[in-house]
Write a protein that binds this ligand. Structure first.
Ligand SMILES: Nc1ncnc2c1ncn2[C@@H]1O[C@H](COP(=O)(O)OP(=O)(O)O)[C@@H](O)[C@H]1O
Ligand SMILES: [Mg+2]
Length: 502
């Protein structure tokens, strides 16, 4: 049966229409002829639905439909001027409607043909996409692309459910990470950064980059250094003059025998486990919890079991590393309200780097579990090295544990990588919020799409073409993927000098 009529016209409209719905109209997606040439892919629009009211949609793709035939085009090739006329047609996918609270409701029937399509207004966007917090309450990462709408993430979602930042090298991962660190520390959340390339020392200084300065106005940001909030640590001993980063000392309280064996790289854990297990128990009893690695070594040395030598060697190896023999760093100094602690890994010999990180992160995890330090965010750059999908890494177990259990007591991971396909799948899919910037490697794109809820293969083209500073933000309090212009940093970005040096 044919039906006809006019679509309903609401009294209040958000400005001038940018297009009109035509053709076959589906409840999941529909097409509209665009009148406004400024409308782009991933822009948000709103349309009035006959029973539901205003609904939000997103532009999936735009086509120019021309009347120029193949023959016409051939005429043009032969030298004479062929003229064409065309129409701009947008394919729009339905997102739906959300009242002040509750989930998004997607209407089960289509909007009507001939409905006018408008750019989504700010209120509609914020309400439907879940951007309820304002800058003072949340983590202000930037603005919805080409709009004035702030993208503000919920800090407790980030800490409880982790966040990943994925992009190929040079696309703005560390820069964005810097933005998140500034914001989290503003909100009083402690941040611990595993800094591989010496990129985060520059959080000390204000961002005085000329080009970026001009764009600060758009984001309502002013240059500011955070030297007051920054502490720097190193796994290496301090200089003779005691200047420079604080040397890290790690105590092994709370470590299980298996975990120590893992740090020593001992795989065959049979007899070794029981020798070490007994030694740890003895240390606890005799030294009343005030034991360190050298005490455990002395106890193992006195063991009569000849299998002990493996363990003795392993413990001696650990004790040869400065961070196991130095006085232990009080973790309450490293993890403090609003404080940013940079753990410099640049100078550490490679074989010690992973062991140091594994031990420190485990110690932090234990301290957090026991409530000795407040909830905090741990930034893991080059995450594919610390929790690889294949191959061994001493850090892998503890990072996986935090990814799956950290949310129970507030230990957030910020997983930063250029190789999504090489990061442990479980870790990646445990991240509640994703910030995805330009990625071109097909395997990485596949890994992103399969681990991120709300992204589908249609977005893979989009991801390959994202310009620097533009990200797709999805998850957490954000209910649908949002194209976000990442804000300018208040602090100086340290990634650039690194390139010059290397
Ligand atoms: N949001 C942004 N605004 C302005 N410049 C940016 C932004 N994001 C990245 N850049 C610039 O892009 C370059 C690469 O960024 P970086 O974060 O170091 O890349 P990655 O860590 O992914 O290799 C830097 O020079 C940085 O200044
Ligand atoms: Mg980087």
């Amino acid at each position: 049966m044919r039906e006809k009529g006019h679509p309903p016209e609401p009294e209040e409209r958000p400005g001038e229409p940018v297009g009109v719905v035509f053709g076959t109209v589906g409840s999941l997606n529909f097409r509209c002829i665009l009148r406004d040439p400024e409308v782009k892919e991933m822009d948000h629009v709103q349309v009035y639905h006959p029973t539901v009211g205003w609904v939000l949609g997103m532009v999936d793709s735009i086509e120019l439909q021309s009347d120029l035939s193949q023959e016409g085009a051939l005429v043009d090739l032969s030298g004479s001027d062929a003229r064409a006329t065309w129409r701009r047609v947008a394919r729009i996918s339905m997102i739906g409607r959300r009242e002040e609270s509750g989930p998004i409701f997607r209407p089960l029937t289509p909007v009507l043909p001939a409905s006018k399509v408008y750019r989504a207004d700010e209120d509609m966007l914020k309400r439907t996409l879940g951007l309820r917090l304002d800058r003072s309450e949340g983590v202000y990462v930037g603005k919805i692309f080409h709009t004035d709408v702030d993208v503000v993430l919920d800090p407790s979602e980030l800490v409880k459910k982790h966040v990943s930042i994925i992009a190929k090298t040079g696309s703005g991962k560390s820069y964005t990470c810097g933005v998140l660190i500034e914001e989290l520390s503003d909100k009083g959340i402690p941040v611990v950064v595993l800094d591989l390339h010496g990129e985060y020392h520059s959080l000390m200084s204000p961002n005085l980059d000329d080009d970026q300065y001009l764009r600060m106005r758009r984001f309502d940001i002013a240059p500011e250094g955070l030297s007051e909030r920054l502490s720097e640590f190193s796994f290496m001993p301090s200089d003779d003059d005691g200047e420079g980063p604080h040397p890290i000392g790690i105590d092994i309280k709370g470590f299980k025998a298996e975990e120590l064996l893992q740090l020593m790289g001992i795989r065959n854990m049979g007899v070794g486990t029981s020798i070490l297990y007994n030694a740890l128990n003895t240390a606890k009893e005799v030294l009343d919890d005030a034991y360190d690695l050298s005490d455990v070594l002395s106890i193992v040395e006195n063991d009569h079991n000849p299998a002990k030598w493996n363990i003795v060697n392993g413990l001696q190896h650990l004790l040869s590393m400065p961070f196991f023999s130095s006085p232990s760093t009080p973790l309450s100094e490293m993890v403090q309200k609003g404080r940013i602690s940079i753990i410099g890994l640049g100078d550490v010999p490679l074989d010690q780097q992973q062991i140091g990180v594994a031990a420190l992160v485990r110690r932090l995890y234990i301290a957090r579990r026991e409530g000795a330090i407040p909830p905090f965010m741990l930034v893991v750059e080059e995450a594919h090295n610390f929790c690889p999908q294949t191959g061994p890494a001493v850090t892998k177990e503890i990072i996986k544990t935090i990814a799956s259990e950290g949310r129970k007591f507030g230990l957030g991971l910020m997983v930063v990588t250029q190789r999504a396909a090489k990061v442990d799948k479980n870790v990646l899919s445990q991240c509640g919020t994703q910030i995805i910037m330009k990625v071109t490697n097909p395997n990485d794109i596949k890994a992103i799409i399969s681990s991120v809820e709300g992204l589908d293969t249609r977005m893979s083209d989009e991801i390959q073409r994202l310009p620097v500073s533009i990200a797709i933000v999805v998850g957490g309090n954000v209910s649908n993927p949002i194209l976000t212009e990442i804000r300018i940093r208040r602090t100086r970005h340290g990634g650039d000098e690194v390139e010059v040096l290397s």
